[in-house]
Design a protein around this ligand. Structure first.
Ligand code: NAP
Length: 286
């Protein structure tokens, strides 16, 4: 399918390159045009001047931008020119309500929307091995699936519009707990005077092994907090999780509340654009 990508950030850029390698990339657009120019040069794809131009020319559109308002803004622009039956897959992490609004907006144009948030980090995006959780209509996913396999190794249908984002909220909730556990335990290990690289290696081969420890353990110990996944974006996700807890389930989410406080402090200290592993700064008091 002629596929367009909107949003060439840490995640969208490698997704676009994988779509190109699989022969699907047709057009790209990015707010900061210079990033799109680089990709257009590398791939030979059409660099769209506007979202409207891209949307009118593609059979499938993948969006990957930051926040709820960004997604809705882009869906509105797409809706000005999208053709019936075109499929839009939003891979950003936003609320289930935003996904439902986007689905309704595009349905009014005869087009299709899937919420398809992803997990697997920039490493998974580069390798094309992301996990993708899909909300929307299942037959639409089946039309999109062969193209989506260029960016994701596990694509799972979760239910109607918003179900993908609800699943991603569970993922982001869990990521907060893992970040809390890994950064605090590594700060504790460091305070014991252990050889921390050996600690990461041996724990990574045991029952406490996890993606975050394996991919961010040694970099945080070296004081390298380059994203990765920006702390301010995870803060945005945890606000979504908190509001889902308050509004939908009434469930108390103490780990989410605590992580929001910690991230807020780090953002106020100017670390919002660092990787979420910068929580290690706070745990070791630096
Ligand atoms: P990023 O590197 O900050 O990139 C954000 C992208 O969105 C950029 O291309 C940016 O354009 C574009 N954008 C933001 N606001 C926009 C607007 N109003 N209009 C048009 N374009 C806009 O972020 P990322 O890490 O790729 O994350 C993107 C999404 O994926 C987020 O929702 C995030 O939560 C989610 N996610 C991230 C990861 C991860 O590990 N990084 C993993 C899974 C999911 P400019 O280039 O002009 O700034």
């Amino acid at each position: 399918m002629k596929t367009g990508v909107i949003g060439l950030g840490a995640m969208g850029m490698p997704m676009a390159l994988n779509l190109h390698r699989a022969g699907h990339l047709y057009s790209i657009w990015n707010r900061t045009r210079s990033k799109a120019e680089t990709v257009a040069r590398e791939t030979g794809c059409l660099l769209a001047d506007t979202i409207k131009q891209l949307a009118g020319a593609c059979e499938m559109i993948i969006t990957c931008v930051s926040r709820d308002t960004d997604v809705l803004e882009i869906i509105n622009a797409i809706a000005t020119s999208i053709k019936p039956d075109t499929i839009v897959v939003d891979t950003s992490t936003v609320s289930a309500d935003t996904a439902k609004k986007a689905a309704a907006r595009l349905s009014a144009k005869g087009a299709c929307f899937l919420d398809g948030p992803v997990s697997g980090g920039v490493e998974g995006a580069s390798k094309g091995t992301l996990a993708m959780m899909i909300g929307g209509e299942e037959p639409v996913l089946e039309r999109a699936r062969s193209t989506l396999t260029a960016i994701a190794a596990n694509i799972v249908y979760m239910g109607p519009a918003g179900s993908g984002q609800a699943t991603k909220a569970v993922n982001q909730h869990m990521a907060a707990g893992i970040n809390q556990a890994v950064t605090e335990a590594l700060a504790f290990g460091k305070s014991l005077g252990l050889d921390m690289n050996k600690v990461v290696d041996v724990i990574s081969s045991g029952a406490c092994s996890n993606w975050f420890l394996q991919h961010r353990g040694k970099s945080m110990l070296a004081g390298n907090y380059e994203p990765g996944f920006k702390l301010s974006l995870h803060h945005k996700d945890l606000e979504i999780v908190k509001s889902m807890g308050n509004n939908s389930t009434g469930m108390a989410l103490p780990m989410v509340e605590m992580t929001l406080i910690h991230y807020q402090q780090l953002m106020e200290e100017g670390f919002g654009d660092e990787d979420i592993s910068a929580l290690f700064r706070l745990k070791q008091g630096t």
